[in-house]
Design a protein around this ligand. Structure first.
Ligand code: GDP
Length: 137
């Protein structure tokens, strides 16, 4: 079983879409192995997205991610990393395929409802970032 890391971002949590998104996640065969509702500090958001530090949207992204609570997830399934990227859809909701989470719940490229790891290494790093020392079941 492969594990990946996901976030239900502050826009989707504030809109009351957490339960709907979790339902779709489970309907698509993922097991939720870890889940926490957190309110990231700006510093935590900056560390988490440090790969984007030189990008023009870095400040807006980290301000948004630290603006309100989000839900961090560890998702488990065969092929979880690719499967979760597919279920999320394209970064820009306008470009996302019908039925994907970003199409259903995203409003714009900077308020796009969900995050997901893009590869094996980042999945391991991102799970460790938020769930180090915690029991994943
Ligand atoms: P993801 O893996 O699909 O989430 O996309 P990236 O890792 O490339 O970017 C991380 C997050 O930064 C995205 O989910 C967007 O919310 C935001 N982002 C990416 N590109 C842009 C952009 O060109 N403009 C803005 N405003 N935000 C962006």
């Amino acid at each position: 079983m492969e594990r990946t890391f996901g976030i239900i971002k502050p826009d989707a949590v504030a809109a009351g879409d957490t339960g709907k998104i979790l339902d779709i996640i489970e309907q698509n065969g993922f097991k939720v192995a870890g889940m926490r509702k957190i309110h990231m500090s700006k510093k935590t958001a900056q560390q988490f997205y440090s790969v984007h530090a030189s990008r023009p949207f870095y400040d807006a992204l980290t301000t948004f991610m630290s603006s309100a609570p989000c839900v961090v997830l560890v998702l488990e399934k065969d092929g979880a990393i690719l499967g979760w990227r597919e279920l999320m859809g394209a970064t820009n909701p306008d470009m996302a395929t019908e039925g994907t989470l970003r199409k259903l719940f995203g409003k714009s490229i900077d308020h796009n409802a969900v995050h997901g790891s893009d590869a094996k290494e980042t999945a391991a790093e991102e799970i460790a970032f938020f769930f180090a020392g915690m029991n994943l079941v």
